[in-house]
Design a protein around this ligand. Structure first.
Ligand SMILES: Nc1nc2c(c(=O)[nH]1)N[C@H]1C(S)=C(S)[C@@H](COP(=O)(O)O)O[C@H]1N2
Ligand SMILES: [Mo]
Length: 257
């Protein structure tokens, strides 16, 4: 069972079961995880080991990320200084994709926003392009040792999230991508005014390689947090056993700049 299946199971349970049964859900998910990963049988042999591995992946939340979502949407957060247009480095942004590049049809494309929200939405590119366009010139930093000053144009993630009317105690947001990539962010970073869902790069429509039709762009996180080809965002109260494509292979989760 991969991340996608796990996520869809989680999503279904969330839709079906009322919030007050969340504790039950957590136990159910935990049991499913143990079964799926084969840890339930190994756990019998190894005593606490299986569980501690699980807790290692699920248990900790790192930060006191408990600010209410309304505060995050409406309070101004510290802005990162941007660069002048003359600083843009058109050739410096290297294509970095872990697998095959998906080709999404921008006409039939829909961005879903669901999870712990009062108004799940499914948005076309036309819907999205009716929201205010923000442009910013920031530095993209990849852990593999390169960086690039890029201009991104798109909509503020906070505007998209607000459309879905998140429940006030959501703390994390997952991004699902068409190539199988996935990421999770803390809400404060996701709702930062310079965190965009971009559809333009350096004044041009985003290319397929760079994540068309929609990708994340933000000056506050490392490159691997900036998912390309985003097709779904899911708001959650707790992190799932999966945190991100690279994070699940040992990279740092918060990945702030
Ligand atoms: N869907 C998806 N998003 C992704 C990746 C990926 O492999 N798949 N790679 C990440 C990494 S490591 C980086 S540095 C940037 C690179 O963006 P670019 O290819 O547009 O330069 O995308 C990030 N987003
Ligand atoms: Mo990267």
């Amino acid at each position: 069972m991969g991340f996608q299946d796990w996520w869809h199971t989680y999503d279904k349970i969330n839709l079906l079961v009322n919030r007050k049964y969340m504790n039950y859900n957590q136990r159910l998910l935990r049991r499913q995880f143990l079964q799926v990963s084969g840890l339930s049988s190994i756990g019998l042999l190894l005593g606490g080991c299986g569980l501690s591995l699980f807790e290692d992946k699920v248990g900790k939340t790192f930060e006191p990320l408990n600010q209410r979502v309304e505060t995050l949407i409406f309070n101004p957060q510290k802005l990162i200084p941007e660069f002048p247009a003359s600083a843009i480095q058109p050739e410096a942004l290297l294509i970095n994709t872990f697998g095959d590049t998906p080709e999404l049809d921008p006409v039939t494309f829909r961005l879903k926003i669901n999870g712990e929200v009062n108004n799940p939405v499914s948005l076309s590119m036309i819907d999205i392009q009716q929201l205010p366009l923000t442009s910013m010139i920031i530095r993209h930093v990849c852990v593999e040792g390169w960086a690039a000053i890029v201009q991104w144009g798109g909509v503020r993630l906070r505007d998209l999230v607000a459309l879905a009317q998140p429940k006030s105690n959501v703390r994390y947001i997952y991004f699902e991508s068409a190539d199988g990539y996935y990421e999770s962010w803390d809400m404060a970073s996701a709702l930062h005014p310079q965190t965009l869902m971009a559809y333009q790069k350096n004044g041009q429509p985003l290319s397929i390689d760079n994540g068309a039709p929609l990708r994340l762009a933000s000056p506050i996180k490392l490159g691997y947090k900036q998912s390309k080809w985003v097709t779904r965002m899911m708001l959650v109260k707790e992190l799932l056993p999966y945190r991100g494509y690279w994070e699940d292979q040992g990279y740092e989760w918060f990945a702030g700049l």
